[in-house]
Ligand binder design. Sequence first.
Ligand SMILES: Cc1cc2nc3c(=O)[nH]c(=O)nc-3n(C[C@H](O)[C@H](O)[C@H](O)COP(=O)(O)OP(=O)(O)OC[C@H]3O[C@@H](n4cnc5c(N)ncnc54)[C@H](O)[C@@H]3O)c2cc1C
Length: 544
Amino acid sequence: MSTNTHHDCDVAIVGLGPVGLFSAIVLGTKGYRVVGLDRWATPYARPRAVTFDHEIARLLNSIGINADDDECIDYYDAIYRWQNANGDVLTEVDWMNQADDGWRNRYWFSQPALEERLRQIIASLPNVTLLQGHQVGEIQQDADGVTLTHRETEVNGTSCTVKEGGVTGTVRAAALIGSDGANSKVRADLGLTMQDLEFYYDWLVVDVLPNEDKEYDPPHYQVCDPVRPTTVVPGGPGPTPTSPRRRRWEFMALPGETAAELEADERVWELLAPFDVTPDNAVLERAVVWRFQAKYLDQWNVGRIALAGDAAHLMPPFAGEGMCAGLRDAANLCWHLDLILQGHAGWDSLDGYSSERLTNVRWYIDFAVDLGRTICVADPAEAAERDSRMIAEHLVQREIGPVHPHLATLGPGAWIADDAHAGRPAIAGRVAHHGRFGRFDDVVGTGWMLLSDVRQAAPLPPEQQARFEGIGGRIVSVGAPGSGADVIDVEGAYGRWMKQQGVNHLLVRPDFCVAATADTADTLATSMDTLFDAMGVRSLAGAA
Ligand SMILES: Cc1cc2nc3c(=O)[nH]c(=O)nc-3n(C[C@H](O)[C@H](O)[C@H](O)COP(=O)(O)OP(=O)(O)OC[C@H]3O[C@@H](n4cnc5c(N)ncnc54)[C@H](O)[C@@H]3O)c2cc1C
């Protein structure tokens, strides 16, 4: 006889990949009742993401995962090289330095291990319930909330199907996040279809557990050989703290090659042999052919339901940014939901989430597709032309230096469009605050944050200040040691940046994007009004 269950919550999350898990932690930490569901009982074990960037390191740190010092994350501080079949350097990317938020440009991990780490954090949040091994069925939305049904699953070999006579149940939520991946059921139920950029390449993705740690110089490189375009990168720490680090190879499938041929162990070892990886010195963890593609949704929300991660966009992994984009979605969506659930804004403010994230993701999709079109060249003449062009550009432009944020900005939403710094990642420095020294986020905190030069007294008029604090905003003064500021800019990061940019105020959002900068209190006040309007945040009178 099957059992029926029912859960009431603030937010239901369908799909517990990295995006759903991260969202559950952010909302759960804020005190919301969250129910997360996934059809698989354990993290999805097929090889996928291995790298994330500094913006994601900052986001992960905000939920308690310090990428510089966590067992499931690794880094190398070395260049990323693209070379041709002869070993000539086509280009080099600076993965040695830190970004101006203080995090390394690139980190390495195994996706199932990171997901397991996220689940450990959720285990400490009593208001977050995970229904793992439950497939979501019907989803219905009405004026007051969303109701979904779910059924217990069982694993059959490599697939997972509904269990006859298993537990069934319903979840009633104020809001629903559809983070259910590339084949999203939530997206299909909403009748939304993705735009397809018609970029399709099949690649064999191989994860290897070496018997011993081996030096690769550089540790990450791209072999632009038309005979077999290949990616050689780290794969994150090994399965135990004392294991050698994982390695990842990706080999482009050539016309006529099938997945079954490429995934056969014998064929995988043949492809690895030129890299001196053999059954004598390594174990194959996984070898799977993936179709790399580029797709996106134009609209990411309908009423109380919003899509995030691969459910809303897909990009080829050449930039290592697919999951990163999904975590940026989650950070953005969670603060929008927080405003709505607190009663400060209406459900239509999710339109801002959709438009902000769409533009940002489109930049990364185009970037990844451009990289892919340069890498996936199997024609020798085309490859020779590419090589001579890139070698010439590299000789002129070779410039290794501090990392700058990618050029992606947000689309229209809660930031000041004609502000050169807004809509992009904010800087972060090491500061002292209340007797503690460290990263700003660790010692001062995260969330809506207005940083003002200590010489600018009372930056906001009282009504605006109350409204800003009403949505959880904090106002802190920043200044040099001895200035009497709330936050002591011990290393001068904020002072230098503000002086260079000619600003005295920096308004940072909970997703670490700059909402506005301003030189004077008057400009700041005008920007604040524009932002409150853009977010649909009600005035204090309206909220009462
Ligand atoms: C080969 C490869 C390499 C990659 N490398 C990188 C990289 O280096 N860096 C990077 O940033 N990104 C990379 N990516 C992309 C990254 O893996 C994805 O963007 C990321 O996993 C998406 O996370 P998600 O949470 O949105 O979706 P998923 O991780 O796909 O999770 C969706 C979840 O929803 C569940 N689900 C689906 N339907 C239902 C249902 N009806 N009921 C219940 N549960 C359901 C699924 O079981 C699944 O667990 C790579 C991808 C590939 C394929």
